[in-house]
Write a protein that binds this ligand. Structure first.
Ligand code: F2R
Ligand code: MG
Ligand code: MG
Length: 349
């Protein structure tokens, strides 16, 4: 039976944390043989290892700030969210943040800052960051807002606090939309799911700034749409190697090289796959496969985990995995509270 809505909400945030914690082991690795992934995962079933052994990174730290801010302010409040990012970084700077974004987080801590979007705009000589830091924390926007337009609008604004390049904030909107559609059960029809994402991104990438950024970075006119078309082509193929996925979609720290990849991981693992244990459910397959791509594994698994968790629901996630990861209970609590918030009448379309 299809999971209930609350189960999907809980699956989304718990899946996101698991991807981050479990994927952290291989972040930055060039070649990750599937054997090593399976070894890493089977160690999670070893009860002698103790609880919460795998720590979460910046992905979860910032996702929690987004969820806390939306819940406390009961709306998107850029000053509150920016303050939470800065405070969290100050409390735990060693969570593996991107080397550029730490400058933004330090500036956001200043009580004299008038425009909270300004520090992000000064990054990379004024171009802004195109990293995946906006996308990795975008899932709570899909759990807080009902309409697709609001999910897009607020996930973009939330990303712009650190990422002012359109590749960065449009990647965040794509990730939030994928979670939004998955929560609604849209992955039951995978072709329609990807077509909906393409048509949403077509609108977003028509924007003048998106066109200018794409040109300046020597990318095609509609960079996310092109990648999503490649996802569609790979979906149609009977067999796809890890090398082809990396060369067609990427596995890097840029949002363009990781958000479409995470979406592909979810779509590819809707079915059982060679090399992955038959006993694995869809969420386990998705996270394992994301790790086997190497590169930015914590973030790709975190984003894929959120989309897959929204599709399969909380009951699909093994208890042993949940117990092995730091911050799962808190994520579950945030998801329950976001569900209550989502159900409030003022959030009706
Ligand atoms: N930073 C990491 N991983 C590196 C290893 C960390 C290690 N584990 C440790 O603890 O030391 N992971 C985290 O960073 C990614 C999210 O990054 P975010 O928030 O987007 O940061 P930033 O700094 O804005 O961008 C990341 C890098 O992308 C390049 N870049 C971005 N925009 C650019 C531009 N306009 N021009 C040129 N380069 C640009 C830069 O190299 C940035 O440093 C996640 O993977 C998270 O897990
Ligand atoms: Mg990280
Ligand atoms: Mg990462």
């Amino acid at each position: 039976a299809a999971p209930g809505v609350l189960s999907r909400f809980r699956g989304a945030l718990v899946g996101s944390v698991l991807g981050d914690c479990i994927g952290g082991e291989f972040e930055g690795a060039v070649d990750v043989p599937l054997d090593r992934v399976l070894q890493h995962l089977s160690a999670l079933e070893d009860e002698t290892r103790g609880d919460g052994i795998l720590q979460y990174s910046d992905d979860t730290a910032m996702m929690r700030c987004v969820a806390d801010s939306l819940l406390t302010r009961m709306a998107f409040d850029e000053r509150d969210m920016a303050r939470r990012f800065a405070k969290e970084y100050n409390l735990a700077p060693g969570r593996g943040y991107g080397s550029g974004v730490v400058q933004v987080l330090r500036k956001l801590a200043s009580p004299h800052l008038k425009d909270v979007f300004q520090p992000a705009q000064a990054q990379f000589g004024g171009r802004g960051s195109f990293g995946n830091g906006g996308a990795m924390r975008a899932a709570p926007f899909a759990l807080a807002f009902k309409s697709r337009a609001d999910v897009c609008k607020y996930s973009r604004l939330g990303a712009m606090l650190t990422h002012s390049c359109s590749l960065g904030y449009n990647g965040a909107a794509l990730q939030a939309l994928a979670v939004h559609l998955s929560l609604q059960g849209a992955l039951a029809l995978p072709k329609e799911f990807i077509n909906k994402l393409i048509s949403e991104m077509e609108e977003m990438e028509k924007d003048e700034k998106a066109q200018l950024d794409a040109k300046a970075l020597n990318l095609s006119e509609f960079p996310y749409c092109s990648r999503l078309h490649r996802v569609k082509e790979l979906m149609d193929r009977n067999s796809v190697s890890i090398e082809e996925v990396i060369s067609e979609l990427g596995n890097g720290i840029a949002a363009l090289q990781s958000v479409p990849t995470a979406i592909f991981c979810v779509l590819h693992c809707l079915e059982p796959r060679d090399g992955l244990p038959e006993r694995f459910g869809g969420l386990e397959r998705t996270i394992s496969y994301s790790l086997a791509l190497g590169g930015d594994t914590d973030t790709i698994a975190c984003m894929a985990g959120a989309i897959a968790g929204a599709h399969y629901g909380i009951d699909s996630i093994p208890q042993s995995w949940q117990k092995s990861c730091e911050g799962v209970e808190e994520a579950d609590d945030l998801a329950r509270r976001l569900y209550n918030f989502y159900c409030l009448p003022q959030f009706e379309e």
